[in-house]
Design a protein around this ligand. Structure first.
Ligand SMILES: Nc1nc2c(c(=O)[nH]1)N[C@H]1C(S)=C(S)[C@@H](COP(=O)(O)O)O[C@H]1N2
Ligand SMILES: [Mo]
Length: 216
């Protein structure tokens, strides 16, 4: 048996025992039994584009990331955002329309690092992410406090393109891709849940791809 096989076996045992494994892919997600969630197909060599078709043209120098709602109001311009601790990670991404990509290398600020620089009020339970095209999506705080949730500005070593939501977008790879707002404009802390753009239109409120939480 090769060293590689042993690694895979160890990772799988880890998943079986603890529900968590080391390394990238499957291992990152506590809920993952298989790397490709049910009903998904892997696309290789490309990253499909999906949005409302508006694709706002935001220059980094125009970035003004607003923290609002049940938190101390705050704004991050490009320089302030880039001064936050930067992390590069490799994750997969799964879209509810059934495409998945593997090994996306994204770089930006971990949610947990970002949270060291904002002050939410007591009782905050959810966050609404607002985008420059009018899009929004809601997430519970506990789904954000995970090590692979990030505000990203680069993909595969290059600045995030306009079509993929540059200069900065949310990256929530353990949930369906609609939970990651492109052209991120605002982060609104909330003390109760409220539905975002697709969630009010029948998409599942939670969106776990391994449970196929596609539509509600
Ligand atoms: N601002 C904004 N963010 C968005 C969307 C959108 O329409 N506007 N679409 C979502 C959906 S449904 C998906 S599948 C992913 C697609 O991201 P991609 O185009 O970079 O693949 O972006 C999500 N984030
Ligand atoms: Mo989507």
């Amino acid at each position: 048996m090769s060293e590689h096989d042993e690694k895979i076996i160890k990772a799988k045992q880890n998943i079986a025992e603890k529900g968590i494994a080391e390394g990238k892919g499957t291992g990152m997600f506590p809920v993952a039994k298989d790397r490709l969630p049910p009903g998904q197909r892997l696309v290789q060599g490309q990253w499909p584009v999906l949005d409302l078709g508006l694709r706002p043209d935001i220059k980094p120098e125009d970035l003004s990331l607003e923290v609002s709602g049940a938190a101390e109001a705050k704004s991050f311009n490009w320089d302030a955002f880039m001064k936050l601790p930067q992390t590069k990670q490799t994750t997969d991404l799964h879209c509810v329309t059934t495409w998945s990509i593997y090994d996306a290398v994204v770089e930006g600020v971990l949610w947990v690092d970002f949270m060291r620089h904002v002050q939410p009020n007591p009782g905050v339970s959810h966050v609404m992410f607002h985008a420059h095209d009018g899009y929004s999506t809601n997430l519970p705080i506990n789904e954000l406090n995970m090590p692979h949730v990030m505000i990203v500005h680069s993909y595969n070593g290059k600045p995030l393109t306009r079509e993929h939501g540059g200069p900065v977008r949310m990256w929530v790879p353990h949930l369906y891709a609609w939970k990651g707002a492109k052209w991120l404009k605002g982060i609104e802390f909330m003390t109760e849940d409220r539905k975002g753009f697709w969630e009010v239109r029948g998409y599942h409120n939670h969106g776990n791809p391994w449970k196929e939480e596609r539509y509600s």
